[in-house]
Design a protein around this ligand. Structure first.
Ligand SMILES: *[C@@H]1O[C@H](CO)[C@@H](O)[C@H](O)[C@H]1NC(C)=O
Ligand SMILES: *[C@@H]1O[C@H](CO)[C@@H](O)[C@H](O)[C@H]1NC(C)=O
Ligand SMILES: *[C@@H]1O[C@H](CO)[C@@H](O)[C@H](O)[C@H]1NC(C)=O
Ligand SMILES: *[C@@H]1O[C@H](CO)[C@@H](O)[C@H](O)[C@H]1NC(C)=O
Ligand SMILES: *[C@@H]1O[C@H](CO)[C@@H](O)[C@H](O)[C@H]1NC(C)=O
Ligand SMILES: *[C@@H]1O[C@H](CO)[C@@H](O)[C@H](O)[C@H]1NC(C)=O
Ligand SMILES: *[C@@H]1O[C@H](CO)[C@@H](O)[C@H](O)[C@H]1NC(C)=O
Ligand SMILES: *[C@@H]1O[C@H](CO)[C@@H](O)[C@H](O)[C@H]1NC(C)=O
Ligand SMILES: *[C@@H]1O[C@H](CO)[C@@H](O)[C@H](O)[C@H]1NC(C)=O
Ligand SMILES: *[C@@H]1O[C@H](CO)[C@@H](O)[C@H](O)[C@H]1NC(C)=O
Ligand SMILES: *[C@@H]1O[C@H](CO)[C@@H](O)[C@H](O)[C@H]1NC(C)=O
Ligand SMILES: *[C@@H]1O[C@H](CO)[C@@H](O)[C@H](O)[C@H]1NC(C)=O
Length: 472
């Protein structure tokens, strides 16, 4: 058995060598930081005026561990101008946090950054601008929980090594110039909660492996050049609340499996090239507030099941090839504030059940083929700002009840076959700035009450059979 003295000696020599190496490393860290400071512009150096002397642990933006080794460099919003070229990351083996978000730094991300094996938080976002590639070995930073490189000018591809970032919960790459396809390894980052890959130039399909991100709450892929169909695996992203796939080149039909994402609050597939029908599985969305499918090539009719999404606030299906009638179940959507169905091929009469949607502020059904009368029940929608029914085949009179829409700003009923007189009640629409009734079949005098509409800037009455003077 070794004597206690032996252990004491061992312990002593351990302490001496540790403190010696940490002293060396502190000198090294001090010199490294001062060298970087000296490489920045004069104003940046003045922001770092506390960076003098030989104890960086007291400097602004720097924190150290118990033995004086730098663990944090936190300099977001400092207005720093320069590059990272003169910052030797190898001097900071214990660095946990490196945050220089929102500065004016530019140039490359030094490849040595991947040697910071203890790093958990890396933020280079919103600079002016980091450029070049994301280091190929970024996946070596295996303890990272947040990686934010957004709003720079990084180019090249997203390295496949990201698949090794199994602790990452926040991935921010939006607003760069990355290209190539999304690696299938994206699906290996199982801890991801928030994924920002928007506004780059990614091409190719959304990898099916994305379905493995079962903890992910927010997925932002908008503003790329992604193509192919939406993978059915997306239905496995059971924690998703926001799904932003807008402004890509996605085609094929919307998979029924999206209906498996029960807690979705926002689904935005607008401005793609999607075809086929709106899936009936939307009936499973019990928390959905925003449904944006506009600017696609969707066909078929609006499913009756839409009436099951009673949480909906905003329904935008405009600019598709939708056919058939508006289902009467729409009357169930009593929280709806925005209903935009314009520029489709919808037919039949406007269901009077729309009159139940008393939260509506914006109702636009123009550029369709609706026929029959304007339902008097629209007069119940007293929160309406916009009522645009132009370019349909609506007939019959303008309901007197529309005079109840006290908040109305824009009333456009032009290019229909509406007949009879202009109701005097429209003179009660004291907020109205646009009254567009041209190319209908209206007759009789223009009511004097129209003269009360002092906010009116556009009054279009041509192409009718109206008589008498224009009131002033
Ligand atoms: C250093 O970073 C760690 C981990 O991100 C954090 O918990 C800690 O609050 C930071 N300390 C300082 C002084 O910034
Ligand atoms: C970015 O930093 C500047 C200071 O350099 C600050 O004025 C600005 O508010 C910051 N922006 C954000 C979004 O935090
Ligand atoms: C600081 O440490 C790094 C990494 O060990 C080394 O490359 C560098 O030469 C050292 N610098 C000084 C001034 O000692
Ligand atoms: C990174 O820094 C920017 C600017 O300070 C900030 O807006 C952003 O939220 C930070 N990212 C993370 C993941 O905290
Ligand atoms: C840094 O990491 C790279 C691999 O990405 C490795 O080749 C290199 O040896 C490492 N450098 C040091 C000093 O550990
Ligand atoms: C950084 O990039 C953005 C986006 O491309 C650009 O608007 C901005 O002018 C750039 N800043 C500098 C200083 O180049
Ligand atoms: C990335 O940008 C740099 C200039 O910052 C350029 O030299 C390089 O060719 C670009 N690479 C790719 C893959 O676009
Ligand atoms: C992930 O790490 C392992 C072990 O370090 C390595 O063998 C593998 O190549 C890495 N994977 C990727 C995609 O970089
Ligand atoms: C990283 O994730 C693994 C599981 O993937 C977990 O065991 C480990 O505790 C995590 N590490 C940290 C620092 O969170
Ligand atoms: C992004 O990269 C493309 C080529 O991949 C290039 O044409 C374009 O100018 C780049 N945009 C910016 C803002 O650097
Ligand atoms: C209206 O909503 C209720 C409750 O979600 C539902 O039971 C009913 O079937 C819906 N009606 C229609 C026509 O969709
Ligand atoms: C509209 O309001 C009237 C009362 O002004 C009411 O009798 C009618 O049921 C309402 N119709 C709808 C569809 O809400």
């Amino acid at each position: 058995m070794a004597s206690p003295m032996f252990f004491l000696l061992l312990l002593q020599s351990f302490l001496v060598s540790t403190s010696a190496s940490s002293t060396t490393s502190l000198v090294n860290q001090t010199e490294t930081l001062l060298k970087w400071k000296a490489s920045l512009d004069d104003q940046s150096q003045s922001f770092l005026s506390s960076w003098v002397g030989n104890n960086p642990c007291n400097w602004v933006g720097i924190a150290c561990d118990g033995v004086g080794s730098v663990t944090n460099i936190s300099l977001s919003n400092f207005g720093l101008k320069g590059t990272l070229d003169n910052l030797n990351f190898l001097a900071f083996p214990n660095l946990i946090r490196f945050d220089v978000g929102n500065n004016s730094l530019h140039g490359a991300i030094p490849s040595d950054i991947v040697n910071l094996s203890k790093l958990t938080f890396l933020n280079l976002s919103s600079n002016d601008n980091f450029s070049g590639n994301i280091p190929k070995d970024i996946g070596r930073l295996s303890l990272l929980t947040a990686l934010d490189l957004a709003w720079n000018q990084l180019n090249g591809s997203l390295p496949v090594s990201v698949g090794n970032l199994s602790n990452l919960s926040y991935l921010g790459i939006s607003g760069n110039n990355l290209s190539g396809s999304l690696p299938q390894e994206v699906g290996m980052m199982r801890s991801l909660l928030v994924v920002h890959l928007a506004l780059n130039s990614f091409t190719g399909p959304i990898p099916a492996s994305i379905g493995n991100l079962s903890n992910c709450r927010d997925l932002y892929l908008f503003g790329n050049e992604l193509s192919g169909s939406i993978p059915t695996d997306i239905g496995r992203m059971s924690s998703l609340k926001q799904l932003h796939l807008l402004v890509n080149r996605l085609n094929g039909s919307i998979p029924q499996e999206v209906g498996m994402i029960r807690y979705l609050i926002l689904l935005d597939f607008s401005n793609n090239a999607l075809t086929g029908m709106i899936p009936k599985a939307i009936e499973n969305f019990s928390h959905l507030r925003h449904l944006y499918l506009y600017g696609n090539e969707l066909s078929g009719s609006i499913p009756r099941e839409i009436g099951m999404i009673q949480s909906l606030l905003d329904l935008q299906l405009l600019g598709n090839n939708l056919k058939g009638v508006i289902p009467t179940s729409i009357g169930n959507l009593t929280s709806l504030a925005t209903l935009l169905l314009w520029d489709n091929e919808l037919i039949g009469s406007i269901p009077s059940e729309i009159g139940f949607l008393n939260s509506l502020t914006n109702l636009a059904l123009h550029d369709n083929s609706f026929s029959g009368p304007i339902p008097a029940s629209l007069g119940n929608l007293t929160s309406l700002n916009n009522l645009r029914l132009s370019k349909n085949m609506l007939s019959g009179p303008i309901p007197t009840s529309l005079g109840n829409l006290a908040s109305l700003n824009n009333l456009s009923l032009s290019e229909n076959m509406l007949s009879g007189p202009i109701p005097a009640s429209l003179g009660n629409l004291s907020s109205l700035s646009i009254l567009s009734l041209y190319e209908d079949m209206l007759s009789g005098p223009i009511p004097a009450s129209i003269g009360k509409l002092t906010r009116l800037t556009i009054l279009q009455l041509r192409g009718n059979s109206l008589s008498g003077p224009i009131p002033v």
